[in-house]
Design a protein around this ligand. Structure first.
Ligand SMILES: [Zn+2]
Length: 114
């Protein structure tokens, strides 16, 4: 755990953040600056800076994040209508919290191919 990391504090229960879904490896909660009607963050409990810092041994963790996203989509009722899963990697791509997280966006219409 990195004490100055907001996501480490959230997964550690140090805030009043509501978890949409949680298991031994990941938690899911709402983005406080939503870009869509449903905007969730899938966050591993273990601190990893970004996709760039993942190792071969983290492959099961990445799979767990995607499966947690799928479950959260089902719980939010957007699994059938559709959702996006997105990793922003490092500052230039929009990553602002440097604790690995997967965005789930749903509830609006995107242009074809967008
Ligand atoms: Zn962290």
């Amino acid at each position: 755990m990195e004490t100055d990391c907001i996501f480490c504090r959230i997964v550690g229960g140090g805030t009043d953040t509501e978890f949409i879904y949680q298991d031994e490896e990941v938690v899911v909660f709402r983005d406080i600056h939503p870009h869509a009607p449903v905007h969730l963050l899938i966050v591993p409990r273990r601190h990893v800076r970004s996709v760039n810092d993942l190792t071969e041994a983290d492959a099961p963790l990445v799979a767990r994040m995607i499966l947690a996203a799928r479950e959260a989509a089902r719980l939010q009722g957007v699994d059938a209508s559709g959702y996006k899963l997105l990793f922003n990697v490092e500052w230039g791509a929009g990553q602002r919290v440097f604790h690995l997280h997967l965005h789930l966006l749903a509830g609006k219409r995107w242009a074809e191919g967008g």
